[in-house]
Design a protein. Structure first.
Length: 117
């Protein structure tokens, strides 16, 4: 199967490839795109398959007519990080936004059944 991945630098290996190789599997990456939504649109076009974060996939699948399947291998845990300039450390608006992002992420993790993510 032809696969698309998110890779801002054009790499043809993603975070899932090591897990696949541990199971003796590999995928044929034929398309790299810089954003998850662009990958989902490519899948909706019918040209490729893709592994996407489950929360994102569940949101876009109904809108794009996509079918979702379990990977069959343990997916790696991804770390989401926020960055900001040091001069904004104490900015009230920046603090508010960072707190909201942390809370949304914590709420998502709390709702996810064990073993899925």
């Amino acid at each position: 199967m032809r696969h698309a991945i998110v890779a801002g630098d054009g790499a043809v290996r993603g975070t899932l490839d090591a897990a696949l190789e541990a199971e003796g599997l590999r995928r044929r990456v034929v398309l790299t795109l810089p954003h998850f939504h662009a990958v989902a649109l490519a899948v909706a076009d019918g040209a490729v398959f893709a592994a996407l974060p489950v929360h994102f996939a569940r949101t876009v699948a109904p809108r794009l007519g996509l079918e979702l399947y379990e990977l069959g291998v343990a997916s790696p845990t991804l770390n989401v990080k926020m960055y900001w300039h040091a001069r904004l450390r104490d900015d009230p608006g920046g603090r508010w936004l960072r707190d909201r992002v942390r809370q949304v992420c914590a709420d998502i993790v709390a709702r996810e059944p064990a073993g899925h993510g």
